[in-house]
Design a protein around this ligand. Structure first.
Ligand code: AMP
Ligand code: MN
Ligand code: MN
Ligand code: MN
Length: 290
């Protein structure tokens, strides 16, 4: 079992727990090295770090950046970033800036489909109004009985071809990687298996083109063990990592108790041959936490 969990969310983006609660839960579940990786926002890092220090846990500053690449939305995790690095902070501000307008359009689309009151309902679930997103809409649709849980919302609403979907332009892949690398962080392609799912998903040829472009732009690692991958996908992306000479990362992608693909920590080991992303860290993270 891995005692690293390098991908999770707090109320600063679309998780349900405060940064302190996330760290406490991780500690209870045996995590020794934790990265908080909220979407497009770094506001939770100071609080999480303070809680981690109090609990004697190693803490890595992280972020998960939304990127538009060709017709796909990708997520790039940055690990060991410096939140004070101006291009990163400014870049994330620009990524966040379209969310309010997008949310209004999403609510309009859902109203056309006969579901009203969604905008106010979704904001009610947003711990950080700047980061209003599809998960908050999904929680409202569950609360009002339109779907049984958050996951099933994404089968019927808010995705391409379904009510409430609004296309959006996120960051450019090369920019997101440059912000992360420039701030001293490692750029990780998050949950790649998810980009290959469904009718709109990419095929193997496109995945290879993405990985080549990611490496060319300075990307260094790929998530192999993540909450939304099957064991077959652990093996598949371990092979891609070898082919593209990438380090391997692992994280639960936890969003909240009872809501996520999997809870924090207790992640299964990497397939044989994977080089963990922490091999690239100059200092053991325990020293970074001090
Ligand atoms: P947004 O950044 O507003 O487009 O929201 C994206 C978020 O929606 C992701 O970070 C997930 O938390 C959530 N999400 C997307 N697809 C699914 C899914 N199939 N099941 C559960 N949550 C999902
Ligand atoms: Mn999310
Ligand atoms: Mn993601
Ligand atoms: Mn995530």
């Amino acid at each position: 079992m891995l005692d690293y969990d390098l991908h999770c969310h707090s109320r600063i983006s679309d998780g349900t727990l405060t940064p302190t609660e996330v760290v406490e839960r991780a500690a209870e579940r045996g995590v020794k090295v934790l990265a908080l990786t909220d979407h497009d926002d770094m506001e939770g890092l100071d609080e999480a770090r303070a809680a981690a220090v109090r609990l004697g846990m190693s803490f890595i500053s992280g972020v998960e950046i939304s990127v538009s690449w060709r017709t796909h939305t990708l997520h790039i995790v940055g690990l060991g970033i410096d939140p004070a690095y101006p291009p990163l902070a400014e870049g994330l501000r620009s990524v966040r800036s379209g969310r309010g307008e997008r949310a209004r359009k999403m609510a309009d689309e859902l109203a056309k489909a006969g579901i009203g009151g969604v905008l106010q309902g979704a904001y009610h679930f947003a711990g950080n109004p700047n980061m209003i997103g599809r998960t908050h809409f999904a929680r409202y649709l569950v609360e009002t009985g339109h779907c049984k849980d958050v996951k099933s919302v994404f089968n019927r609403y808010l995705v391409k071809g379904k009510p409430g979907y609004v296309p959006h332009q996120w960051a450019v892949l090369q920019d997101a990687i440059a912000w992360i690398r420039g701030s001293g962080g490692v750029a990780v392609l998050a949950h790649p298996g998810r980009y290959m799912c469904g009718r709109a998903g990419m095929g193997k040829k496109t995945m290879r083109e993405l990985l080549a472009e990611f490496v060319e732009a300075g990307g260094q690692a790929v998530e192999v063990v993540t909450g939304s991958h099957t064991p077959e996908q652990y093996a598949e992306f371990a092979r891609y990592a070898e082919e593209f000479n990438l380090l391997c990362s692992c994280g639960s992608d936890f969003h909240g108790p009872g809501e996520s693909w999997r809870d924090m920590g207790r992640l299964p080991d990497f397939p044989l041959g994977c080089r963990p992303v922490w091999e690239s860290w100059e200092h053991p993270p325990v020293l970074k936490a001090a």
